[in-house]
Design a protein around this ligand. Structure first.
Ligand SMILES: Nc1ncnc2c1ncn2[C@@H]1O[C@H](COP(=O)(O)OP(=O)(O)OP(=O)(O)O)[C@@H](O)[C@H]1O
Length: 314
């Protein structure tokens, strides 16, 4: 299938200023050369530890973060510069939702105004049609009609996250970038939110970029997974390739860190985790250069790519 969005060699570097004249002393290489292709109806995981650059990629794609270099193509058009985005509907078609629904939803606004905001920005429907659309959206995300005149604080965390999703899908986007959308929620509520996100995906042919630090959470969501470390992809592939046949020492370590629910297996898992930690330390120089930078990706097989020195990965 053809991809509708392509990210090429994206870099976002933040200057670190200091000294008497507040000059640039160095850079944080938050995102340092990542490429992705997004197809319709698919889910892509962006997984890595805190600080690996996941959120920065999401924000750079939706225009909340300035891109240092690289390109974004949408429907074949170069939309890297914000000014070039209008004619392709890029800003309407690519939406982002965040982990903390309490701070991302305006507490002074009622649900109708929160959800209708993008509709007002992009479609300008008359009041009746707008209200009907908001009712439809509430139904899609499983909230009652009377939610419409309430304020965000009147809902639970899981319900607020549904409001965030309703707002994100209000103008029928093609891609939603979901930044840790369930990590602030209880386990049981996490499953509910993930399930309806999947249902909405099917109904609307949506694609997702799903950001998480936890490979366990995204296991059943993602078709493709990009494992991220130090601003770069260390391993990319489809779900089976990553979970069943991980190649990079960092991916192996992340998989070993997935919590074990069954108490009978916990000791075994702890041993496995320690083994992977030792393996990581012993083999680090094969997978990272002398400055600690992740090597370029090399094809392992099919859609499975692994960063490392050639002799290690083939
Ligand atoms: N505005 C900024 N100025 C300077 N450095 C920044 C800025 N925003 C992010 N960073 C740095 O860039 C790196 C990547 O941050 P980012 O938030 O993308 O990571 P993340 O993988 O999403 O982590 P988390 O899961 O904690 O959100 C971090 O080292 C972070 O400290």
């Amino acid at each position: 299938m053809m991809s509708f969005l392509e990210i090429k060699d994206l870099k976002v570097h933040y200057p670190i200023r200091g000294g008497f004249f507040n000059t640039i002393q160095d850079y944080v290489y938050a995102v340092d050369g990542i490429s992705m292709k997004i197809e319709e109806g698919k889910t892509y995981g962006l997984i890595g530890e805190s600080g690996s650059g996941k959120s920065t990629i999401g924000k750079a794609i939706v225009g909340l973060e300035k891109i240092t270099s690289g390109q974004i193509f949408y429907k074949g058009q170069d939309v890297t510069r914000p000014r070039s985005r209008k004619k392709t509907n890029y800003n309407k078609d690519i939406q982002m939702i965040f982990q903390d629904s309490m701070s991302s939803l305006d507490p002074k606004k009622r649900v109708i105004d929160i959800i209708a905001e993008p509709i007002r920005n992009y479609e300008g429907l008359d009041k009746d049609k707008e209200k009907r659309r908001v009712f439809d959206l509430l139904e899609i995300v499983g909230l009652p009609k009377d939610a419409i005149y309430k304020y965000p604080f009147e809902f639970s965390g899981g319900q607020r996250q549904r409001i965030g999703v309703a707002r994100a899908v209000a103008c029928k986007p093609r891609l939603i970038i979901a930044d840790e959308p369930v990590s602030a929620l209880d386990l049981s509520v996490q499953a509910q939110v993930l399930n309806y996100m999947k249902e909405i995906q099917k109904a609307l042919q949506l694609s997702y970029i799903f950001i998480s630090h936890d490979l366990g959470v995204v296991k059943h969501m993602c078709d493709y997974i990009n494992i991220m470390h130090r601003g770069r992809f260390v391993e990319t592939g489809d779900r089976e390739e990553i979970y069943q046949n991980p190649q990079h020492i960092y991916t192996k370590r992340l998989i070993a860190a997935i919590p074990e629910i069954d108490p009978a297996n916990r000791d075994k898992l702890r041993e496995h985790r320690i083994k992977e930690e030792i393996e990581f330390e012993n083999k680090e120089k094969d997978y990272y250069d002398e400055k600690g930078k992740v090597y370029d990706l090399i094809q392992h097989e099919g859609t499975h790519f692994v960063a490392g020195k050639k002799e290690v990965t083939v």
